[in-house]
Design a protein around this ligand. Structure first.
Ligand code: ZN
Ligand code: ZN
Length: 245
């Protein structure tokens, strides 16, 4: 197995009925990781793994739509350790510049691991690199490399983020699209379909998944808009979809 990405959530701000905000399960043959842990994400995650099987969490930033379920995840880790389902505290990787960083520590159950833009680390064969984006918070985009394949997860970002080199050659780019094409140039802190597609094209990504959706407008327009500017394959994030990378 190389990397397997399961979509656990796909909304910005708050979840629509029965769904969840940002959250993704990344699996290699050596570990299971959560990328963000927004509202509703935990109940989806346990459809695939148990609390004992989660090796780490990568948090893009501390906005609630990316971290709302972290408190309950910390309780889950307490139960897992007390009941003997796991032996080690959960590591939560996040930007150490963020004032809320200390919230990641919960007794002997969870611990924050501080990272910053430009850092790169390796966990059981999974190389993870971080780069800060333009957002109204300390957001880190992440590049995951395993078995010769590359996954990028942008977290939240505006169009002035300089991510082309960081995203170069991605097999899969999972990127935020909070806005439709006609809103291009109007918002500094989130991406339109066009802006994300142009980034994917410049970086020569192979596949693009749109996520972190707005709560108005026809979502089915989004992949059509992105396809005008990106020559690779474009899909909307769908909860439960599994992407082999
Ligand atoms: Zn967000
Ligand atoms: Zn945000």
């Amino acid at each position: 197995m190389k990397m397997k990405l399961t979509i656990l959530g796909r909304w910005g701000a708050y979840p629509e009925a029965g769904e969840s905000t940002a959250g993704y399960l990344l699996q290699t043959d050596r570990g299971n990781y959560l990328l963000d842990c927004g509202s509703g994400v935990l109940s989806k995650a346990w459809q695939y793994i148990t609390p004992g099987e989660l090796k780490g969490v990568f948090l893009s930033h501390f906005h609630q739509d990316h971290k709302a379920d972290l408190g309950c995840l910390q309780y889950a880790m307490k139960f897992a350790l007390v009941f003997g389902w796991r032996q080690d505290r959960l590591k939560i990787y996040a930007n150490k510049k963020e004032p809320h960083f200390p919230e990641l520590f919960y007794d002997e159950y969870t611990a924050g691991i501080g990272v910053e833009s430009g850092d790169s680390l390796e966990i059981d064969g999974l190389r993870v690199s971080f780069q800060e984006t333009v957002h109204d918070g300390y957001n880190l985009a992440m590049r995951f490399e395993y078995g010769g394949k590359v996954l990028i997860y942008t977290g939240d970002m505006g169009p002035k983020s300089e991510l082309t080199d960081f995203c170069r050659g991605a097999d899969l780019l999972l990127g935020e699209t909070s806005l439709f094409e006609e809103e291009s140039g109007m918002v500094e802190t989130h991406m339109t379909t066009k802006e994300l597609a142009l980034l994917a094209e410049k970086a020569q990504a192979k596949n693009l998944i749109l996520t972190h959706f707005p709560h108005k407008g026809d979502l089915n327009r989004m992949p059509r808009e992105a396809s005008r500017y990106f020559s690779g394959a474009v899909r909307l994030a769908e909860i439960g979809d599994i992407h082999q990378i």
